[in-house]
Ligand binder design. Sequence first.
Ligand code: XMP
Ligand code: MG
Length: 184
Amino acid sequence: MTPVTLHDKTFDSYLSEQTIKERVRELAAQISKDYAGNKGKQSVLFIGILNGAFMFASDLFKELSIDAEISFIKLASYSGTKSTGKVVTAIGLDQDLFGRDIIIIEDIVDTGKTLHEFLPKLQHSQPASLRIATLLHKPEATQYELTLDYVGFAIPNKFVVGYGLDYDGLGRNLREIYQLSGNE
Ligand code: XMP
Ligand code: MG
């Protein structure tokens, strides 16, 4: 596919619509298998992280064959005190997580800082289990200890857009994932 230009930058096609679709199906099948035992008990609660994960969350959710609920939150980070550093808070989390099986849906784990700071807050609510499903992971960039339970694609440390991910607001509507052009 042809490159796209967003604002001042050019991005090359990286993961096709078909490749993403097939991988999302595989992840959904794996999750459905892993949580098949929940049938008749409490359903799995998926929490999508806005904005980037909206498209992945929607496509993954459609492919599940288990009883599942979905909710979306937005993470906001602000500077706390010197001792706490950056503080990540969730906006829009209205469910009681106590005793629930939770799967966080992320678009991409880069440094891992966001989830590293946010997961302990969720643990505080004492869910029965807490797992992460991320479409993309940049292993070379990750600096924080994180267990990623479901990973769509491990990718090189290059900026990507499309399929929910943006460059300065643009590119979320692209059906494929594009990578910042090599010469930029
Ligand atoms: P980390 O793991 O570093 O990631 O806390 C924080 C957030 O940064 C965004 N991010 C990206 N967004 N292309 C994007 O469009 C990228 O290559 C990229 N890398 C990181 C993303 O919102 C992630 O949740
Ligand atoms: Mg994100």
